[in-house]
Design a protein around this ligand. Structure first.
Ligand SMILES: C[S@@+](CC[C@H](N)C(=O)[O-])C[C@H]1O[C@@H](n2cnc3c(N)ncnc32)[C@H](O)[C@@H]1O
Length: 567
């Protein structure tokens, strides 16, 4: 197989190498100390750990339940397919509009997808059209790409249920003509449009819209107010949606760096004028680029195609070919991005080497972003009403509830990178947990102590569901590039082997500190565990790799590139 050569990798090798060299211990320490200071979480210290690279340590004692950290995301994005299910602020990911709009939009899109499917299958014309929709649907809403086809086909058995709600009623839900009982108790922020005029992004406030514009979106917007080549941006987005939406996150990281560089440059020029300093322009520009790049440079470790775990269905003898295809995919994506938002002064950012490292960083460090749906809270409220009121309310709400189907309240799902949280190492018996409480619906990662933590102790979280059997856990941890060797997992796997052979272990062979399995340690009513009733009221942030990514990558390799494990 021919090696891919990216011309920018060759042309800018002299700049790429310092951009990719690990930051010095001192500069990393200064960066994280400053970050901890700005987050006002004074009980923490990021230190180089002996075993696993960086780690987060307690510089104060914490009690069980104490808030350890609230971390602001550096970049984050809602999964493209999830945008069809719920409408959230593109910056902080809170639900926007109204309960009626959330329900109406979902039913409208369900029906639109089904009618498009029917049109393509039976060549009949449909009742539903994008033009008729009372709210503007974005291209992504309408994007009927192959990714959603499976979902659609499996949902097609529900066609009749969806058609039970007349189109006019769905429309009046969306345009505010129909108010559902008790929905006023679940107010959502009104929708603020994108300042650049694109229909893809929506916000909960002017503040979020402006922050997003300044940090990333002014370069990636496809509206009239954008300074980028909007058609090329659209092509890039389409490719990401059809292959892997991790590219959208990588584009955000590059946009963030370019915009930060421009900002630094403009303030630096003012400083230079004031101080009458004359610097060699090239050198000073590059040091500004290094400065703008710093937040990303603190997180990356390996190129994507080197660190991505080999999917189960790909034979190890095809590994080289699999990694090469991943590299090719990234190359296509970065070329499309270059056509869309290239900036000569930041040219090295568009090299395949840098792009591969950015995606690799997301692959190994990302936190799943899950924000619970207020639609679920709403229906639970109706369900919990006293008998007579419930009966009365359900006369109106029941048909919508039934039409929405089993997954009536899909969470907002996406992925995000949090600079401090991403320094936390995994433990099968963690002393902290990443989750969001009711009061934390603000786009931040919240880390809470799950037992007392002493000053000096490392703060650890579990990257995976601690209740899974050992082999499943190890398989999931492989997606983070390591195999856990901790005492808990070693002892548990011995117990599992003993059970398999009929020698049932008691667990007492473990020492006192880790004497119970993580599963036993787990509080059964833990609100951050999926499926617990109280999870309906929290937005849960659990570290886990993007399951869609793997399922999806495998399907791409099979269908799109004709790759199969047996080939
Ligand atoms: C989210 S980062 C944690 C911070 C990381 N130590 C660093 O230096 O940036 C995840 C990476 O840390 C390492 N790691 C975390 N927990 C580990 C563990 N229990 N055993 C081995 N490696 C671990 C792995 O290299 C993993 O890919």
């Amino acid at each position: 197989m021919e090696e891919i050569v990216c011309p920018l990798d060759v042309e800018f090798s002299g700049q790429i190498s310092p951009l990719l060299s690990p930051p010095s211990i001192q500069s990393a320490q200064d960066y994280f100390d400053q970050l901890i200071y700005s987050r006002q979480c004074h009980g923490l210290k990021v230190k180089q750990s002996e075993k696993y690279g960086k780690g987060v340590y307690a510089s104060l004692d914490f009690r069980d339940g104490d808030l350890i950290l609230k971390d602001q995301m550096l970049v984050g994005a809602q999964h493209s397919s999830n945008k069809l299910d719920c409408l959230v602020c593109s910056h902080c990911f809170c639900y926007i509009g109204s309960i009626e709009l959330q329900i109406g939009r979902r039913l409208y899109l369900q029906a639109l997808r089904l009618s498009k499917h029917k049109e393509t299958t039976f060549e009949s014309s449909s009742d539903y059209s994008e033009e008729d929709c009372p709210i503007e649907l974005s291209d992504e809403d309408n994007n009927f790409h192959a990714k959603n086809l499976d979902k659609l086909q499996s949902a097609s058995s529900d066609t009749n249920e969806i058609n039970l709600i007349p189109k006019e009623i769905i429309e009046s839900l969306m345009n505010g003509g129909l108010a559902l009982p008790y929905s006023k108790q679940f107010p959502l922020p009104s929708i603020v449009p994108c300042p650049g005029g694109c229909e893809e992004e929506h916000y909960c406030s002017k503040l979020c819209a402006e922050a997003d514009w300044e940090l990333y979106h002014s370069l990636l917007c496809t509206g009239k107010g954008s300074s980028s080549h909007t058609e090329a941006v659209l092509k890039f987005i389409e490719h990401a949606n059809a292959t892997n939406d991790i590219f959208l996150l990588a584009a955000k990281a590059i946009a963030f760096t370019i915009l930060k560089y421009r900002k630094l440059k403009s303030t630096n020029l003012i400083d230079q004028k004031q101080n009458f300093r004359v610097n060699g322009m090239d050198d000073s520009s590059f040091s500004l680029l290094m400065e703008a790049w710093k937040p990303i440079s603190m997180g990356f470790k390996k190129r994507w195609w080197e660190c991505i775990a080999l999917p189960d269905d790909i034979d190890s003898c095809n590994e080289a070919s699999f990694r090469m295809q991943i590299k090719e995919l990234a190359f296509t994506s970065v070329q499309l991005l270059r056509e869309a938002i290239f900036d000569k002064e930041c040219a090295p950012l568009f090299s395949l080497d840098i792009y591969g490292h950015i995606i690799g960083m997301f692959e190994l460090n990302n936190l799943d972003l899950v924000v619970a749906s207020p639609v679920e809270d709403y229906f639970i409220h109706i369900d919990d009403l006293p008998c007579l009121q419930k009966e009365e309310a359900e006369k109106v709400t029941r048909p919508f509830f039934d039409a929405l189907g089993d997954d009536y309240s899909v969470c907002c799902q996406g992925t995000a990178f949090f600079p401090l949280q991403s320094c936390m190492n995994h433990s099968c018996c963690p002393n902290a947990k990443a989750f969001k409480r009711d009061e934390d619906r603000d786009g931040q990662a919240t880390i809470v102590a799950v037992r007392p933590i002493r000053k000096g102790e490392e703060i650890t979280i579990s990257y995976i569901d601690e209740e899974l059997p050992c082999e499943e856990r190890q398989a999931l941890l492989a997606d983070y590039g390591f195999r856990c060797q901790c005492r808990v997992i070693v002892a548990l796997s011995q117990q599992e082997i003993s059970k398999t052979w009929g020698m049932i272990g008691t667990g007492s062979e473990l020492g006192p500190a880790e004497s119970r399995s993580p599963a036993q340690n787990q509080n059964q009513s833990d609100p951050s565990k999926p499926g617990a009733k109280s999870a309906r009221n929290v937005a849960d942030w659990g570290l886990s790799p993007d399951p869609l990514l793997f399922a999806y990558m495998s399907s791409i390799f099979r269908s799109k590139y004709g790759f199969s494990s047996s080939s």
